[in-house]
Design a protein around this ligand. Sequence first.
Ligand SMILES: Cc1ncc(COP(=O)(O)O)c(C=O)c1O
Length: 423
Amino acid sequence: MNLSEKDSQYLWHPYTQHKTATPPIAIAKGKDALLWDENGKEYIDAIASWWVNPFGHSNQFIADAIYKQLTTLEHVLFGGFTHSPAIEVAEKLMEILPNNQQKIFFSDNGSTSVEVAIKVALQYFYNKGEKRTTIIAFENAFHGDTFAAMAASGISFYTQAFQGMFIDVVRIPVPVKGEETASYEALKNVISTYNCAGFIFEPLVQGAAGMVMYEAEALDVLLQICKENNILTIADEVMTGFGKTGKNFACDYIKGQPDMMCLSKALTGGTIPMAITTFTQDLFDAFYDDDINKALFHGHTFTANPTGCAAALASMQLLQSAEIQESIVRVNQRHLAFQQHIKNHARVKTTRVLGTIFALEIKIESEESYYGSMRTKLYNFFIEKGVILRPVGNIVYILPPYIITDAQLEKVYAIVEEALEIV
Ligand SMILES: Cc1ncc(COP(=O)(O)O)c(C=O)c1O
């Protein structure tokens, strides 16, 4: 029995209908942008394994930092204790975050970072004795699979079984080109209708929706409206953070600053699960009181795990290196050149690029479902050709590790172009 066959005996995979899905591919090894399966077949990881791995697989620099930490202090509880790796992560983050972010709270994954942000938004008003219980979110948002994160998410595939069981969320349209005014008006409208506590958004790029992009100016208008109405703003940078958009954070493109930020995925370079929610001093102060009930009663066993912190520190050091910064620019330039080449193709509806993110929408005659037949056909085609891409409906996106070589990128583009002929 090979690994793929053994897998089916006990394992339950994410986002998978096991009755109809093809068996999973057993990956035996990874190096840089490449992965090899148990039969030795090579794949280019063109989506950095769900956007976590900007510096490549089996990165020696991060591995060494993890090993050193594992053999010094692998873990200690964070309630009542602290340690140097956590403090260093905080200090390092303060150098690169928007300067209104003053406090950081650790958790384990993107969803929990969102969970923490939403709970803080709701408890902030509770602590102040104000009744505000509604969260504003974008249509087609994705913020994760835990309950508050799911409530804020608008993609029905992920949430439809749980409708009616969520905290109160109202949705506004994304201010994509031509829809800006509708989005601003909808925001003003929900603020005047509901008792809103916070607005959560994926800044500039909605990843799981298919890399839907909107302008920084539009986000600034929405943030300003929130500020005028004392609505807390939460930038979910779980996908966009740490260089993906060409800057450290998507929020670096805007003039305003959010009250909270959610970070995960590339935080540890795709090595150890870890997340951080960041806050303004004002938010922290609303929980700072003689009354214990005003504290944030939220925590996870592995909060601020020192090994994860060591991985985060090594990753942030890599991110700031000249080599990685040059790679981010290089990947962006390659994407722009491919965009020029492909945008007038008869089968291409639109293309979009921001930083290291490229997306292409294929022209279709009827609505294509998120996990529909076109998506399956494309996915299987890419896998057969040795490229890992996970299209969303009729949208193909590329979000590679920054260290991907030019030759590997060219191969990915060529296969995407070839795929246009099979749909
Ligand atoms: C913007 C955004 N927020 C939150 C999440 C959830 O992160 P996780 O899968 O680590 O829980 C994701 C995952 O893709 C995401 O893209």
